[in-house]
Write a protein that binds this ligand. Structure first.
Ligand SMILES: [Fe+2]
Length: 194
């Protein structure tokens, strides 16, 4: 069984960049749904193993990937947000960003452009790819499609409409621009330990 993380800030802490109304819906309803559905899928898989009845296994494996990835990405998202945190990318991360993107502005530009055109519902992610020994940016569709196996998400941005529509309506660029004001780089730096 997995548990919801506690938000490391108050529900209105990310205002005005991320409204309390959006965060409340996103965390208390939608994120909870992914955690609950992951747990029910895990329970059904456990039951299938106990009974030896794998007649529904295709559906269960798909649900595990979808709901489980949804739960994981939402946890990463809420934890890589924060307000008034005067921390920037660590020297180690900045050095890697410079090596792989040229400089921070180039990285940010690619991230922004990739986020804008995520197809339908998905995510934009800065990831560390151990086997490539480099950082990359991924567009993810739904919660689980278009990944690179073994990559470690460092910074994730939810591009599902539920993450911005209430506040930004159809303006993805305004939502993406606001995001850069509420990144908890302290958390991102911690993830970049390998
Ligand atoms: Fe979401």
């Amino acid at each position: 069984m997995i548990k919801m993380i506690k938000l490391p800030y108050s529900i209105d802490a990310l205002e005005p960049y991320y409204s309390a109304e959006t965060l409340d819906l996103h965390y208390n309803i939608l994120y909870k749904g992914y955690v609950d559905n992951t747990n029910s899928t895990l329970a059904m898989l456990d039951n299938a193993r106990k009974t030896g009845d794998f007649s529904n296994i295709k559906c269960l494996e798909k649900n595990l990937s979808f709901f489980g990835s949804g739960a994981i990405l939402h946890q990463l998202f809420f934890e890589n947000l924060g307000a008034d945190i005067p921390v920037k990318p660590s020297l180690k991360l900045m050095k890697q960003i410079s090596q792989d993107f040229g400089n921070f502005d180039n990285f940010k530009n690619q991230f922004v452009e990739a986020a804008k055109v995520v197809e339908a519902s998905g995510w934009c992610l800065l990831v560390w790819v151990p086997i490539f020994n480099k950082l990359e940016i991924l567009q993810c569709e739904k919660h689980q499609d278009l990944t690179l196996w073994g990559c470690k998400p460092l910074l994730v941005l939810d591009m599902w409409e539920h993450s911005y529509y209430l506040q930004y309506k159809t303006s993805r660029p305004n939502y993406i621009n606001a995001f850069w004001n509420i990144i908890n780089w302290n958390e991102v730096n911690k993830r970049f330990i390998y």
